[in-house]
Design a protein around this ligand. Sequence first.
Ligand code: SAM
Length: 224
Amino acid sequence: MAKLIIVPTPIGNLEDITLRAINVLKECDLILCEDTRTSSKLLRHFQIDKPCIAYHMNNEHKSMARFIDVIKSKEKVCLISDAGTPAISDPGFLIVRECIKNEIEVECLPGPTAFVPALVASGIPCDRFFFYGFLPHKKGRQTALMSLAEMENTIVLYESPHRLIKALEQIKEFFGENRQVCVAREISKMYESYIRGTAEEVLNHYKEKESIKGEIVIILAGKE
Ligand code: SAM
């Protein structure tokens, strides 16, 4: 019986991979990788030597039928992305849905993802939260910010370092300067940092920096 196994991989520190993830990758027949070159470093590090094929946003639509045929012809196929949990702001949802339609068993291993440590360490309530991921760059951005600003639950955004200042300026504008914000940067890496404060304080902190590097999660308190 064919099975698709979604395998989370480290978002920084290689030690964050689970023992189960390593074993499952070692035992599978094939690995679908978002980027085979990126994943080859991780796989080599853990001495995992399995055939890999690319599954990414540029081929997932047009080659889906072929991917399903390939999975059906195997026992265990793993899906990994460049970092974290596939399908969380990464390719994965379409193949999961298609496997379910084709009665292929789907399993997702628990493991690394950026938003959980960011949310938990933010100090902002994490009992109810809304994961939004990346804001639209242009069209729909203002509408998204306006509706997010009205939410009473904590909000989770993914952001790139070169858009952080613009995002924080807009958060201050749409959510108000006193909204509690946490910027989690480089989680599980050497220069991990959490900057917590009001929208204005966090914006001012980053405005003083000469350059902003690394990967970023923004946590926003809900509307009171
Ligand atoms: N699938 C991944 C997950 O499970 O979190 C997310 C992939 S998405 C393409 C990449 C974004 O995740 C980055 O732009 C950043 O917002 C966030 N991210 C990934 N690794 C991170 C880290 N180590 N620290 C902070 N944010 C991170």
